[in-house]
Write a protein that binds this ligand. Sequence first.
Ligand code: HEM
Length: 515
Amino acid sequence: MSISRNYLILSAKSEEKKKHLLAVQNLSHGSFNNSMWTLLWFFISNSNKGLPPGPKALPLIGNLHSLDPELHTYFASLSKTYGPICRIWLGKKLGIIITSPELAREVLKDKDIIFSNRDVPDAGREFSYGGNSILWTPYGPKWRMLRKVCVRDMLSCSTLDSVYNKAGSPVNVGEQMFLTILNVITSMLWGGTVKGEERAMCSVPNLSDFYPGLAWFDFQGVAKKMKVLVKRFDKIFESIINQRQKLDRNGVGQESKDFLQVLLKLKDEADPNMPLTMIEIKALLMESKIIVIRGVGYKVCSEELLVGQDMILGGTDSTSNTIEFAMAEIMNKPYVLRKLQEELETVVGKDNIVDESHIKKLPYLYAVMKEVLRIHPTSPLLVPRCPSETCTVGGYTVPKGSCIFIDVWAIHRDPSIWENPTEFLPKRFLDNKWDYSGNDFNYFPFGSGRRICAGIAMAEKMVMYSLASLIHSFDWKLPEGETVEVTENFGIVMNKKMPLVAIPTPRLSNPKLYE
Ligand code: HEM
C-alpha cells in the first residue's frame, strides 16, 4: 500500500496529529519513504488510544524536551491542566501520573498486585547486583523472602532496639565490630568525597531508561560509574563477610547478633527451594541504609559539641533529609521550637539527656515529624511502580510496563484536603486523625500496599530520637546574615537545595551530659 505523506498530513483527524506529522516532515527533509510514513501514521494514530490525557508529544523524544527536572512540582502542574491521571512520554517509555487520593487507592490498594512491581532504572539495576535488592526485585516469592528477611530479622523492633539503644552513647567497637566497621567504611565512602553523588545517579534522568534499546550504549556513562562503585563496595563486603565467617567458625561474637550475622545464619539455614544467595546478601547490605552513617546536613560549628552527638547522626538519606527539613521548618517557626523545648523539658528534664523511653511521650514532636513528612515527603513520587498487565485506572488504559508515578507530594498539598497546605502547621496532627500506615490515601509518605516502606519503624525512631536530642540538648541559631529556606531538590530521595547551616549552643544544666 502506498500513501503519500501529504495525504497523511491532510487526513490527520486532529490538529495534534497534523502538527506531529508536519514536524517529522520538516525534520526528515524528505528522506522518509511512503511505507515509513504509513508506519509513523499508524504509530501516532494508535499510541495514545484509550490512554489518559497529557501534553503533546513529539515523535521519538515524546515530552522529554519540556520536562522540568523538579518532577514532583511539574507533575502537580500537569494535573491542573489534564486532571488527576495524565500521561507523559519519556522517549519511548510511557509515564502515568496520579495526583488524587481516589486513584492512588485504585492503584495501591484495589489493584495492588498488578502494581506491585517496580520500574527499575538502569542505575538501580547496577547498584543492586542486577535488581536483586528488595526495592527493585519484582513482586513474587523471591521478593517475599527478601522482604521477610528485612522486616522480620533486620528491622524488627527487637533487633532495632538492640542496635538503637546504643545511639547517643559511645559504641562498644568490640561488641558491634562488624556493623561498626561497615558503618565506618561506608560512612567514609558515602559521607566523604562521593557523598550522595552515586545515590543521586538513580534519580538522574538517564537516556537508557527512556530508550531501553539504547541501554547497551550507556551514553551518559551512568551504568559504568555505578559498576565502578559497586566493585569497590563488593570488595569491602567480601572481606567483611569473610572475616565474620571466620570469627563465627571460631565461636567469637555469638552472644550479640548484628545484621550480617543474622543474614549469614539465614543463608545457612535457608530452604533449598528458596536459597538466600551471597549476591542477595550483598544486595541487601548495599541497599540497607542502616549501614550508612551520614551527617544530617547542618554543620556543627563548635568541635567539642560534637561529643556524644555523632552517633545520633546515623540514618538513611530519606531519614536524614527528613531531619534536615524538620530542623529548617522548626527554625523558621520560633513558637514551634519553644513548644518542643517545653515538652522535652517536662518529659526529659533539663538535667537529663533524651533516651528511648521518652520517645513515646512526646506528642508534639510526633506531630512535628508527621507534618514534615506531609510537607516534604522525601520520596515525593514514591518509588515508581510498573503494572504487570494492561489494566484500567480511572477508566483509562494503563499499559503493561508503563512507569507509574504517584505524586504523594501533590496530594499532601491539595487544598481540598488540607487547610493552608503550604504552611508548616504541626498542630493539624495533634488529634491523631492521620496516620501513615498506608490506609489513608490523603496522607501516605511511606507509600502503601505490599510495597510500602519496609523501614517505617526504624525511620520513626531515628527521626524522633535525633530531633528530640538535637532540640533538647542545644539551642540553635543561624550564622550572621543567614536565613532559613526550605527549597526542595527533586530526586528519588528529595533533599534540601541548600544545606542547613546552624550554630548549636548547649542548653542542658550539666556540662558533663555532653561528655
Ligand atoms: C523518613 C524516612 C523514610 C521515608 C519517607 C521512606 C519512604 C519510602 C517510600 C515512599 C517507599 C516506596 C513505597 C511504595 O512504593 O509504596 C519506600 C520503600 C522502601 N523503604 Fe523506605 N522510607 C524511609 C526510611 C527507610 C528506612 C530507614 C529503611 C530501612 C532501613 C527503608 C527501607 C525501605 C525499603 C527496603 C523499601 C522497599 C520496599 C519494597 O519494595 O518492598 N526506608 N520507602
